[in-house]
Design a protein around this ligand. Structure first.
Ligand code: AOF
Ligand code: ZN
Length: 338
């Protein structure tokens, strides 16, 4: 039964998709003798947490002392934009709390669970933990590993080429895959590309084919070679230009010089800017560097049915595939044009 109610809480959590970031998605179900007496979820960044919404949903308040609370994240213990949920659960006097994932946010990190236990509430953790981790993988990676969740994305031909011999862009994506990519642009915090991709493709890196917010655009332009007539430098959305010569800022575009020109330094800089997820969109050399340094969490590939015969090979991740069982799940998106 615990799993069944947690499943419902996870379903509720996902109703917060797109409106709670950078907070995690959290759902909560309150149960008395196998009957749900209250439900809630974190609906909007800065507003009430899931537990509070669920407790406020309960009309049969006299049942709370015998009730079990199913919540997908450890109840918070800190005064943030809202008071601590753990305190509220203690003052409501619930009997038992069942938790899916621990909260790695250093402001909480076990203190929520401790508060509940010290008040004599029975606490169980780890119920449907894998499902919960998947939903909040960006938030959890950000706090557990102190870096953004890293997604590598590319499009390849059926025989594994990314581009023509001289790097000429190929038309691999179709209307469906393009639209899906724009949906991803609304779902992830930032999109990163290298200078050669910026030069070759002149990408806009926005989400014009899907309703939602635009990601932060990130470009690596070491020697500032990109002409300012390119979309990337049009100041139309928040943009970071990593380079080795100048630090300056316009309304939405910031030129950033880091201590050293390597991926860990770049990733740490993004972490300092509170970026929880980054999609690396190319090119091949940059993608391969992320793979070689084992700096990735998910790979998404669009694959067309077209064969090219020769060209610029797609990144090679066969070696890492065996070590990363995450890839063997549905996180590997292979998309074939219609
Ligand atoms: C919960 N229930 O529904 C959520 C929690 O700034 P605040 O006050 O909204 O706090 C945000 C932090 O609280 C967030 O980083 C995470 O650690 C936790 N989120 N906790 O008990 C919830 N959304
Ligand atoms: Zn809370």
């Amino acid at each position: 039964m615990d799993e069944l109610f947690m499943q419902r809480a996870l379903e509720l959590a996902q109703l917060g998709q797109g409106t709670v970031a950078p907070n995690p998605m959290v759902g909560c179900v309150i149960v008395h003798e196998n009957r749900i007496i209250g439900e809630g979820w974190h609906r909007q960044y800065g507003q009430a947490h899931a537990e509070v919404n669920a407790l406020n949903d309960v009309t049969e308040r006299d049942l709370l002392p015998q009730a079990t609370v199913y919540v997908t994240l450890e109840p918070c213990s800190h005064y943030g934009k809202t008071p601590p949920c753990a305190d509220r659960l203690v003052s409501e006097g619930v009997r038992r709390v069942v938790i899916c994932n621990d909260d790695p946010n250093p402001l909480v990190a076990g203190r929520g669970i401790r508060k509940l236990r010290e008040a004599g509430i029975e606490v169980e953790t780890g119920v449907l933990a894998a499902e919960g981790r998947r939903i909040n993988r960006r938030f959890l990676t950000y706090f557990e590993e102190n870096r953004p969740f890293l997604i590598l994305k590319w499009a390849e031909t059926a025989d594994g080429y990314l581009a023509g011999r001289e790097g000429q862009p190929l038309q691999i994506s179709n209307a469906v895959s393009r639209r899906l990519l724009h949906k991803w642009r609304t779902e992830e915090d930032a999109f990163l590309v290298g200078t050669r991709t910026l030069q070759a493709d002149n990408p806009q890196l926005n989400a014009r084919l899907w309703p939602g917010r635009n990601p932060v655009r990130i470009g690596l332009d070491r020697a500032l070679n990109l002409p300012d007539t390119f979309h990337f430098l049009d100041d139309s959305q928040v943009t970071l230009v990593y380079n080795q010569s100048e630090t300056r800022q316009t309304e939405r575009t910031q030129w950033v010089v880091t201590d050293s020109w390597d991926l860990p330094t770049l990733i740490q800089d993004l972490r300092q800017r509170s970026i929880q997820s980054v999609v690396i969109e190319g090119g091949p050399t940059l993608l391969q560097s992320f793979i070689e340094q084992n700096l990735w969490d998910e790979i998404r590939i669009f694959r067309s049915s077209v064969r090219l015969g020769s060209g610029l090979a797609a990144p090679d991740f066969c070696g890492t595939l065996l070590q990363k069982d995450r890839l063997l799940t549905d996180e590997l998106s292979i998309w074939a044009p219609l």
